[in-house]
Design a protein around this ligand. Structure first.
Ligand code: GDP
Ligand code: MG
Length: 790
């Protein structure tokens, strides 16, 4: 009997909670466990919710939830299954009855056609069902039972299916059976020697979050082929225990049922709900839809994530399940919109795309755990994969591609940058000629154009960088890069999964930190978040481009690479320190997806690039414009009254040094001088805390150069100071400065996102203090040691 049928005032004892996943966990946490007494307090037919008393307090459950709780009511006349020595039927208490009933496990065999389900059913139950090497005889479940180690095991043999969509009668049957009969444990039978295809169904079952054990059937064939499978690790990675079986002979069957009992009694350590990651494009759609679906609390047997995936797929069953909901129209419209977007971006239909990602998940899981026996024929993608994920050549290939990326960013970006620079210069000239001298002119020329203009020049570089990042992501190479880095990442106490957020950090640390959400382990995620700011984002690119272009034009690509590598090195050291002192190591293995190779579509890349360009331009018009004007004002006032006549270069420098900004710069100068930075540079660094691009805009505002504005900022930096006659920047100062900019204070936006994602402002504060201290020490060492030689 189910709890939903219990009459008011009647007592009952709980036998078990059916259903699965988060729903089951929550109900159990509320106290609905085997042997507990429960009383119905309010239960009107067709009324929701129902009120119960359990463990001395009142709990309301929805009718749909109460339907999934099995009970024995008081005065139940049924006799017990004859399998224990509890004495006569009259003497046993309800608790004892529940105990015995609770030892009945309903299991269902699910798997592809011809995987050996019926053979398994036969050896287990002693029945003699027809076994045959063909598929789809009947669309029907066969049931049997047997007693094992004090448990009564009811076993059902379901028709074979390749998936759980609802296209074929078998698929529909199996899915309805699992939902309506709610077996306690599903046994997913897979052919051990054909895992790639068989595990597809497994990913669907994982999505539905059932209690599950995998029977690795036909293990004899796998062994015969000479292949090797680390099934323990594989099971840990996908959160489902695996047991090798040979159902033809019965080998491994006892172990299988021991494991089933462990899972049923929630004692198995491998059991864990994992998300089969479906790649950034699809995941984004799922997230939005999932958040909407969360609002509806009616369909608790299914996780919102599962419902969202099925809505995106346009699954008929789930649609009709949700159709009665008042919000259905809204969900439907949203899922249609998301589907169209996803299909346009990936240029394939959604089911195909999801299937591809699932195969990517499987392929990634097998890559780490499975070694082929005999030589298989090699396809082109396989050969490419073998090459780029090869331990010896994989990493050099990766480094080479990174170098190409930076070289192209710099060299190709230089041409359009020159055109923009020329345009900005022409605009300045124009204003110079036709505007009367005075604060307004100075504001426009030095504040607005000097500040924003010096940053906008780098738009082409940023676009090129994003072009490469999108290319690597969309083609599937990024996932391979993560793969080859897995071993390396393990050395610093992280996992290959942390690698993608780190690479994304080259674009912008903010979305990169948000991308850490795919990392299941809390400590790995925190470490990945905290080291992310050391991965040099594109906002720092203008600074590098300016200084490297000015001081090391001949070796630009290499200097770039070294700067980025220093960031990576500091990130590694930091990760190690964090692992050592703050978070102790945890060893939960995860699947790293190997999605299929795709020729990236021009559309997807254009969309990525335009997205970034838009963001950049918006920042330009907002934060950077305002900050540039503020910095200009702080550097302009107090100003001598001789507004009508132009100041000489020397007067100008004196004026600036005396300005509010100059005073602020000199105030912190004592701390910065040991690094080789004068007050102007110090001021630029202060303003860079708002956004790193502001470092260049500030230099653009402060280094106004000669009066007729014909020089570029780069040339201005090479000019000696008119007062001291010395250059502010030498190559050594430039290096010290580059390193400082790379490492210090993450920008405000990063700090906010760190605090949010890491779960506390203390992590934001940690990032500020730690990063700035590291930057100072590194620059100090570089400048002081360098000064000894130069
Ligand atoms: P079902 O379609 O999933 O019910 O699969 P069957 O139980 O009908 O088995 C299909 C074929 O696989 C039969 O010829 C079985 O004899 C064979 N088979 C089942 N289990 C094993 C096994 O563990 N090893 C080997 N080598 N063959 C098996
Ligand atoms: Mg069969």
């Amino acid at each position: 009997m189910r709890l939903s049928e219990l009459e008011i005032g009647k007592k009952a004892v709980i036998v078990k909670v059916l259903g699965h996943g988060a729903f089951r966990k929550r109900i159990i946490e509320m106290g609905f466990i085997r042997g507990q007494e429960v009383t119905a307090e309010l239960n009107a037919p067709l009324k929701d919710p129902i009120k119960f008393k359990i463990m001395g307090y009142e709990v309301s459950l929805r009718r749909s939830e109460a339907e999934l709780i099995e009970i024995i009511p008081e005065g139940d006349g049924e006799t017990l299954p004859d399998m224990t020595s509890h004495g006569t039927t009259e003497e046993v208490t309800l608790q004892q009855k529940a105990e015995v009933r609770g030892k009945t496990i309903n299991i269902a065999l699910v798997g592809n056609p011809n995987c050996g389900k019926t053979s398994l059913f036969n050896v287990a139950s002693g029945a003699n069902e027809h076994v045959g090497n063909y598929s789809g005889v009947t669309v029907d479940a066969k049931a049997g039972y047997f007693d094992y180690k004090g448990y009564r095991i009811n076993i059902s043999d379901l028709p074979g299916t390749y998936s759980l969509s609802t296209y074929s009668p078998e698929e529909l049957y199996v899915r309805r059976y699992l939902n309506n009969e709610t077996p306690d444990v599903i046994v997913n039978v897979v052919v051990a020697s054909n895992l790639e295809r068989n595990l597809y169904l497994t990913t669907e079952l994982i999505d539905m979050d059932y209690s599950m054990v995998i029977a690795l059937n036909m293990y004899d064939e796998l062994e015969k082929s000479g292949a090797k499978l680390d099934y323990q690790l594989l099971g840990d990675m996908i959160g489902v225990p695996m047991v090798p079986t040979i159902s033809r002979t019965g080998k491994g069957i006892d172990k299988l049922f021991d494991t089933i009992i462990e899972v049923y009694e929630r004692r198995n350590k491998s059991v864990r709900h994992v998300h089969v990651n479906l790649g950034p494009v699809i995941e984004e759609g799922i997230t939005e839809l999932k958040d909407e679906l969360k609002e509806s609390k009616k369909h608790l047997q299914f996780s919102p994530r599962y419902l969202a995936i099925k809505m995106l797929e346009g699954d008929k069953e789930v649609r009709s399940l949700l159709a009665s909901d008042e919000n259905f129209e809204r969900w439907n419209a949203l899922s249609e919109k998301k589907r169209t977007e996803i299909e346009a971006t990936l240029q394939e239909d959604i089911e195909q795309a999801i299937a591809n990602e699932k195969y990517g998940f499987i392929s990634g899981a097998l890559h780490e755990t499975f070694q082929k026996g005999e030589q298989e024929e090699r396809s082109i993608p396989r050969t490419i994969d073998a090459l780029v994920t090869n331990r010896v050549v994989g990493i050099p290939i990766f480094i080479f591609l990174m170098w190409v990326m930076f070289e192209a960013t710099f060299v190709l970006g230089a041409y359009p940058a020159e055109w923009i620079e020329a345009g900005v210069g022409a605009l300045c000239d124009l204003l110079h000629k036709y505007m009367p001298a005075g604060p307004l002119k100075d504001l426009l020329v030095d504040g607005v154009i000097g500040g924003v203009g010096s940053v906008i020049v780098f738009l082409p570089n940023i676009l090129i960088l994003y072009f490469f990042i999108s290319l690597m992501e969309d083609s599937g190479y990024m996932a391979r890069a993560a793969f080859i880095m897995d071993k390396v990442m393990h050395k610093i106490g992280l996992h290959g999964k942390s690698f993608i957020p780190l690479i994304m950090g080259f674009g912008c640390n903010v979305p990169a930190i948000m991308a850490t959400r795919t990392i299941e382990s809390r400590s790995s995620r925190l470490i990945t978040i905290l080291i992310n700011p050391f991965i040099s984002c594109s906002a720092r690119l203008p600074i590098y481009t300016l200084l490297i272009g000015t001081f090391f034009p001949l070796h630009a690509g290499w200097v770039f690479l070294v700067i980025y590598l220093i960031g990576i090195l500091v990130a590694i050291i930091t990760a190690k320190l964090l692992r050592r002192f703050l978070f102790k190591k945890e060893e939960t293995p995860f699947v790293m997806e190997l999605p299929p190779y795709r020729i990236p579509t021009g559309k997807a890349i254009a969309r990525h690039m335009w997205g970034k360009a838009e963001q950049y331009l918006r920042k330009m018009g907002g934060v950077i414009l305002i900050a540039s004007i503020a910095i200009w004002a702080l550097s302009y006032y107090p100003h001598p009254d001789s507004a009508e006549q132009e100041l000489t270069a020397q007067q100008r420098t004196e004026q600036q040094a005396n300005s509010y900004l100059g005073r602020l710069g000199r105030f912190i100068s004592p701390v910065m001088e040991p690094l080789g930075f004068n007050w102007k540079v110090s001021v630029a660094l202060i303003s860079g805390t708002a956004a790193k691009e502001l470092v260049v805009s500030t230099l653009g505002v402060l280094y106004t150069g000669d009066a007729d504005e014909t020089e570029t900022l780069s040339e201005k930096l090479l000019q000696p100071d008119p007062v001291t006659g010395q250059r502010d920047f030498t190559p050594l100062v430039a290096v010290s400065f580059l390193v400082f900019v790379l490492l210090y204070f993450p920008c405000i936006a990063s700090i906010i996102v760190i605090a949010k994602e890491a779960g506390g402002w203390k992590w934001g504060a940690f990032a500020v203090l730690y990063n700035t201290a590291v930057a100072w020490v590194c620059s100090f060492l570089i400048f002081q040691i360098g000064s000894l030689f130069i």
